[in-house]
Design a protein around this ligand. Structure first.
Ligand code: COA
Ligand code: ZN
Length: 313
């Protein structure tokens, strides 16, 4: 039986938050539409953060409104990132049905990102979970800097295990382990993911890798081997955190889908259509690196051509 792997495209949030130019709401919705058109069922469509901190994410309420009013109505795969209770309330009031709250492996990263301590962020998460349960909103937790922090250095796996346990215990639907600066290696990914999968099962765990050291796909592979079946990735390899020095783009969605197809996993994503979304990301931002396999993928899936729809070549 073909096994499914779910891809959550975080390009419209992690990717666009870090561009030299901010996209308009219409452009953001166009990119999300292109991802939906390629069959990407889970998309992080923006964030409710301070517009002073991240100007490019201002207007996420309008993005949600456009998606909810448009033909995408009914999509339950949209999520938005929130850093605090205010962000949660704004997201809920804008019609979000699923929020991603960020937790931290270190105090250094928590301070830089949200001006809180690591444990304050956990307390806020607890309040958000309680409120969201009353509001009927799903909550996912993402743990930033699970392997290494640009401020505090290597992160102890025991700390991440503790946060994961707490989050799942409190009722978060899913916990995503994030390599925010792309400093993880396949062996360390294997160590952490296998430990957590053994303890909690893989169903509520996910991974988020950046490709800073060209290890993005290798890290996805290591996590797959541990049983993880849900991955964040970003169209065109866009991405990076403005508050984490050294972070480059996320592992590109097209690279991850290509590898998974070659391994006979079912992602439900149409790779030629995904390449159209990747080209659009490039055109809109003028700054998308594209995946590591960009040249090969472009050659095989160039627009208007069916040649190469078979990738087992
Ligand atoms: N959305 C929009 N505005 C927010 C907000 C949110 N989630 N949280 C706070 N604010 C506003 C406050 O209302 C206040 O506005 P005012 O100056 O008009 O009174 C202002 O931001 C400062 O609020 P404060 O609580 O003192 O926050 P801060 O200055 O300590 O900043 C965050 C904290 C969390 C708001 C800010 O650091 C942030 O938005 N970080 C997000 C970083 C991010 O997106 N990183 C990448 C994704 S992980
Ligand atoms: Zn990221």
């Amino acid at each position: 039986m073909v096994e499914k792997v779910t891809i959550n495209d975080v390009g419209p949030r992690d990717g666009l938050q870090n561009q030299p130019v901010s996209l308009s709401v219409e452009q953001r919705v166009e990119l999300i539409g292109a991802l939906l058109g390629a069959g990407v069922g889970h998309i992080e469509v923006g964030s409710f953060v301070s517009p002073k901190a991240v100007p490019a994410m201002a207007g996420t309420d309008h993005v949600l409104a456009a998606l909810n009013n448009g033909q995408e109505n009914g999509q339950d795969g949209f999520s938005v990132l929130v850093p605090n209770m205010k962000g949660y309330e704004l997201a809920r009031d804008a019609g979000a049905k699923c929020v991603v709250m960020v937790l931290y492996g270190t105090d250094g990263m928590a301070q830089a990102n949200v001006n809180m301590s690591r444990s304050d962020a956990e307390r806020v998460m607890e309040q958000i979970l309680r409120q969201a349960s009353a509001d009927g909103v799903r909550v996912l937790g993402t743990i930033s800097v699970c392997w290494e922090c640009p401020f505090d250095g290597p992160v102890d796996a025991g700390v991440i295990a503790g946060i994961t346990h707490r989050l799942l215990d409190l009722g978060a639907d899913q916990v995503t382990l994030a390599d925010t600066i792309g400093a993880a290696s396949p062996q360390r990914v294997r160590d952490l993911t296998s430990m957590l999968v053994n303890k909690h099962g893989a169903k509520r765990l996910a991974c988020h890798f950046h490709d800073t050291r060209a290890l993005g796909l290798a890290n996805v592979f290591a996590a797959l081997e541990s049983g993880i079946r849900f991955f964040d990735a970003s169209i065109g390899g866009l991405g990076g955190c403005p508050f984490a020095p050294g972070a480059s783009g996320n592992v590109a969605t097209e690279d991850v889908v290509m590898m998974l197809e070659q391994m006979d996993y079912d992602t439900g994503i149409d790779l030629p259509e995904l390449m159209n979304a990747s080209r659009l990301a490039g055109r809109l931002t003028n700054n998308a690196p594209g995946g590591r396999a960009k040249i090969w993928l472009e050659r095989h899936f160039n627009k208007n051509s069916d040649a190469g729809k078979q990738i087992h070549t």
